[in-house]
Design a protein around this ligand. Structure first.
Ligand code: BTN
Length: 334
C-alpha cells in the first residue's frame, strides 16, 4: 500500500494498530504483541488505545489483560479503507488526518506537488472546513465524512462541472444502499432530504484555459450527527436524524468510492451525456422546480427547464428569458 506521512497526517503505526485490531475482532491481543508488531513501546500502545477510545472506538481490556474489539472500528484509516476499495487509482493513495483544517486545502496543495490522480485525503475532523460561496462547513469530530479526491481528468475545463454531478450521483447511490432512504440532488452539488441538506460537494480546479491540471472534489456528509447546531436546523440534517440509525462511515465511504469509480469511468468513456441524463432522472431540481438563484449581484427567481448537454441547469426566469445558471447558489423558491 502506498501511504506517506504528510505533516499532521495520522502516524502510520496508529493505522497499523487499527488494522491489527480490526483483523482480530473478538480476539484478545496482548499489549506486548501489539507493541512488537507495530514497532512502538507498550506505553505508546496504551496511549494510542486511549486516543482511539476517545474517538468512540470500543476497545475492551487494558494493558495487563490485553486488548480486544468486537467490530471493525469506524475510523476512516488507510489500512481499514484500502482493502475495501476498488482496484484502480481511486483511493490507491490515502492521506488520513485525525484533525486538519480542510481536506480540500490539503488536496489542492498535494495537487500542486504532483500527487497522483485518485489520491484520497480524509479526516475525522476539520477545523476550517470550506463550503461554496465562502461558507464554512461544520465538521464535527468522527460524526461526519470529510473527504477530498484529487483527480486529473483528461477532459477540457468546460467539462469539469460534470465531475460534481458524478460525485453527487455516487453519494446518492451510496446512501440509498446504506440507509434505504432515497435522497434528492439539488443541482449542482447538494444531497438533500426534503428541504434539508446532509451533503455538500465543493469542486475546486487548477487549470489553464484548455487544460485541467487537477480538480479537488471535496465531499462533506453529515452521517451520525445527533443534532444540528443552532442556526442550521432548518436547512441541514444527517443520515442518523433521517433514518433513526447510526451508520458505518467506513461502509459509506467504501460504497461511495465504488460508485464514483463507476460513474467517473463512464464519463471518461462516454462523455457527459449518461451522467447528465441520470442526474436529470433522479433530481427533482432538474425540471419544473421553482428556484431562487442568489448571486453576488442579487437574486432572481425562475423555473428549471432541464440540464444542458454539458450539465448546466437551464432556468426560465420570470422575465421570460431562458438561461443556464453559471454562478450563484440555488434554493427552492417558496
Ligand atoms: C457546500 O455545500 O457548500 C460544499 C461543502 C463541502 C464540504 C467538504 S468537507 C470535505 C471537503 N473539505 C472542505 O473544506 N470542504 C469539503
Amino acid at each position: 500500500m502506498t501511504f506517506t506521512n504528510l505533516p499532521g497526517a495520522t502516524d502510520r503505526r496508529i493505522d497499523a494498530l487499527l488494522a491489527l485490531l480490526a483483523d482480530n475482532t473478538m480476539i484478545v491481543i496482548s499489549g506486548a504483541k501489539i507493541a512488537r508488531e507495530i514497532g512502538v513501546t507498550r506505553s505508546t500502545v496504551f496511549r494510542w488505545i486511549e486516543k482511539l477510545r476517545a474517538l468512540g472506538v470500543r476497545v475492551k481490556g487494558h494493558a495487563r489483560t490485553g486488548y480486544q474489539i468486537e467490530e471493525v472500528p469506524d475510523i476512516l484509516a488507510p489500512k481499514i479503507l484500502r482493502k475495501r476499495l476498488p482496484q484502480g487509482p481511486l483511493g490507491k493513495k490515502i492521506h488520513h488526518f485525525f484533525k486538519t483544517d480542510s481536506t480540500n486545502s490539503v488536496a489542492m496543495l498535494l495537487g500542486e506537488q504532483g500527487e497522483p490522480h485518485g489520491t484520497l485525503v480524509i479526516a475525522e475532523e476539520q477545523t476550517a472546513g470550506r463550503g461554496r460561496a465562502g461558507h464554512a462547513w461544520h465538521s464535527e469530530k468522527t460524526n461526519g465524512i470529510y473527504m477530498t479526491l484529487l483527480l486529473r481528468p483528461p477532459v477540457s475545463p468546460q467539462q469539469a462541472p460534470v465531475i460534481t454531478l458524478v460525485a453527487g450521483l455516487a453519494v446518492r447511490d451510496a446512501v440509498v444502499e446504506q440507509t434505504g432512504l432515497v435522497p434528492d440532488l439539488r443541482w449542482p452539488n447538494d444531497a438533500m432530504f426534503g428541504r434539508k441538506k446532509f451533503c455538500g460537494i465543493l469542486t475546486e480546479m487548477n487549470a489553464e484555459q484548455d487544460q485541467i491540471h487537477f480538480v479537488a472534489v471535496g465531499i462533506g456528509i453529515n452521517v451520525n450527527h445527533k443534532e444540528i447546531p443552532d442556526g442550521l436546523q432548518k436547512i441541514a440534517t444527517s443520515l442518523r436524524i433521517e433514518s433513526g440509525k447510526i451508520h458505518s462511515r467506513v461502509e459509506i465511504v467504501t460504497r461511495l468510492l465504488w460508485h464514483m469509480d463507476s460513474y467517473y469511468n463512464r464519463f471518461l468513456k462516454e462523455g457527459p451525456e449518461p451522467i447528465v441524463a441520470r442526474f436529470s432522472e433522479v433530481s427533482s431540481f432538474a425540471r419544473g422546480k421553482r428556484v431562487r438563484i442568489t448571486t453576488m449581484n442579487g437574486a432572481y427567481v425562475g423555473t428549471t427547464e432541464g440540464l444542458e448537454p454539458g450539465g448546466l441547469l437551464r432556468v426560465r426566469r420570470d422575465d421570460g428569458r431562458v438561461l443556464p445558471v453559471i454562478t450563484g447558489t440555488l434554493t427552492e423558491a417558496d
